[in-house]
Structure formats: C-alpha cells, structure tokens
Design a protein around this ligand. Structure first.
Ligand code: ATP
Length: 281
C-alpha cells in the first residue's frame, strides 16, 4: 500500500501567446504548487478500480483512473490497483486538482508496480492526459510553455503565505469555454512570464505587479458574481487579488501565517470558505 499527496497549484502568470493550427492555444505560465493537497492511497490488486470521497468523481473519466489505465496499457503491467482518492482541492476551480491526481498516480504506480520510470519516461503519458499534468510531475516552481506540457523547473520561490477563495460558480466545459472567449487582443508575448522568471532566478519574492492572468479579461463576464468574491477579499484586507488557471478560484499573498489566518477569519465571518496555504508541495 502506498499513500501520496497530490498538491494544488496557482498560476503566478498565465499568458496566451496565440492559437495554434491544432486548435490548442500556445501559453506561457509560471506555476507554483501549494500545500493544499488531495490524498491518494494505492493498493495492488488484479484490476484497476477507483473509489473517491466525492461520489460524482467515481467515473471512468477520473484522471487518476485514466492515468493508471494508461500506465498499465503502455507498460504491459499485468496487475492492477485499487485507488482511494480523498479530494481536498476544490474541483474545477483552476487549482489543477485533477491534473495533480493524474501526475501523482503515474509517479506512485511507477514505484508500486516497480516500473523504474523517471519523469522523462512519464512525461509523454502525462502530456497525453492533460496539458497541466506534466507540471505536476515536477511540482515546485516551474514555467510551462507549448500548450502547457513543456515544463522547465525554476529555482524554488521563497516561501509565501496565501489565502484562496474557490467560489462555487460553475460553467459547463469551463476551460474550453474560457479559451473560446479569448480574442487576439488578449494575446501577449510572454514578457510577464519572462520577467517573473528573471525575478525568481535572482532569488526574489515576486512583486504582485509581476503576476498576471489573461483569463481575468474574460472571467468576470463569464462568472458574473466573481466580482463579489474578489471584493470580499479586498475588503477583508487583501492588497490585491489574482485568478488562478481559468478560474474561478482567487488568491492573494500575505506577509505571514498570522496575517493569512486573520484574513481567512474575516472572510469566514462574511460567510465565505477560504483556504490558507503556503507555497511548497
Ligand atoms: P481545468 O482548468 O483543467 O478544468 P481545474 O483545476 O479547474 O482544471 P479540476 O479539479 O482538475 O479543475 O477538474 C476539472 C474537471 O475534471 C472536473 O470538472 C472533473 O469532472 C474532472 N475530473 C476528472 N478527474 C478528476 C479528479 N481526479 N479530480 C477533480 N476533477 C476531476
């Protein structure tokens, strides 16, 4: 039996450079794992099965299950695995939970099934499961390019405390819908990601001015009440608020854990359900 954690991420930058002939968008994104995590337990078995504390996720499309099936198919491993997935990362929030579960499954089964595979061998499988899965093979601080599957590790960012809100706002086929709303005026050239990369390579904590997310240009139209959550964070004391991924989760940095807890408490008093986290994972 093997139990592992699958960490959530925030996008410190998320730029779209243009649309490719294959229909995907070309992106540049500095990503960072945080210590909010799902927990996955793997037990060797004859077949591949998944149970989850969120029954709606007990489907064939669950990314942890798909990762296990793909690994078995590609390696010819003869056995299976029982997976128990305990979700803590809010689903479809922009924090990458499903992709992280997939990457954690590839790595954990590589060990449990004694396949002796490194990130290099797992990367093609990761990228076929989803654009963000490759990033989660590494975690930490990294820059993602291509459609997100080309990942370069960056020096770890100095530890930062975060407060996050994951508004319970849903739109069908969220990521595709969000990309579909982008027009060439939203496209940038990757300068924001490059500036942040240089800052991190100099060992500095990123200034909020360096953070950027292209989807802020469309998210507030698509999720009409998102502004209520953003304003709640500002009124509770956040200096600034950024969107992560294609949303709708929002985050801010604060100076210390004490400040993070105080900000979270204010949000709770207002009826919100914030998450307190630190970078790492
Ligand atoms: P994306 O921007 O790629 O949609 P996200 O971070 O917003 O990612 P996830 O929590 O990864 O959202 O879930 C996206 C969708 O993937 C959900 O609608 C869910 O039905 C499906 N899904 C499949 N496997 C999982 C999983 N293990 N955890 C969460 N969602 C999963």
């Amino acid at each position: 039996m093997l139990t592992v954690r699958a960490y959530a991420k925030v996008n410190l930058t998320l730029e779209v450079l243009g649309k490719r002939a294959d229909g995907y968008h070309q992106i540049a994104s500095v990503m960072q794992t945080i210590d909010l995590s799902d927990e996955l337990t793997f037990t060797i078995s004859d077949e591949i099965n998944l149970r989850c504390n969120v029954p709606a996720l007990e489907t064939d499309t669950n990314l942890a299950l798909r990762a296990a099936s793909l690994l078995k198919e590609r390696t010819g491993y003869s056995g299976g695995v029982d997976i128990f997935l305990k979700k803590n990362i809010p689903v479809a929030s922009g924090m990458g939970g499903g992709s992280s579960d997939a990457a954690a499954t590839l790595k954990a089964l590589g060990r449990l099934w004694e396949l002796d595979l490194g990130n290099e061998e797992l990367q093609p499988l990761a990228s076929s499961l989803g654009s963000d899965v490759s990033f989660f093979l590494f975690g930490g601080t990294a820059i993602a390019e291509g459609r997100g599957e080309i990942v370069y590790e960056l020096p770890p960012m100095p530890t930062v405390h975060l407060v996050l809100l994951a508004p319970p706002l849903e739109i069908p086929d969220k990521t595709a819908t969000m990309y579909g709303r982008l027009t060439p005026e939203h496209f940038t050239k990757g300068e924001a990601s490059l500036s942040l990369q240089h800052c991190l390579e100099d060992g500095k904590e990123p200034d909020a001015k360096l953070l950027f997310n292209v989807f802020e240009g469309v998210a507030f139209d698509l999720f009409p009440s998102l502004e209520v959550y953003r304003r709640a964070m500002l009124e509770a004391g956040a200096d600034w608020v950024r969107l992560t991924g294609s949303g709708p989760a929002l985050y801010t940095f604060v100076a210390s854990r004490v400040e993070a807890l105080a900000l979270a408490e204010k949000l709770r008093e207002g009826g919100y359900e914030p998450y307190v986290a630190t970078t790492g994972g």
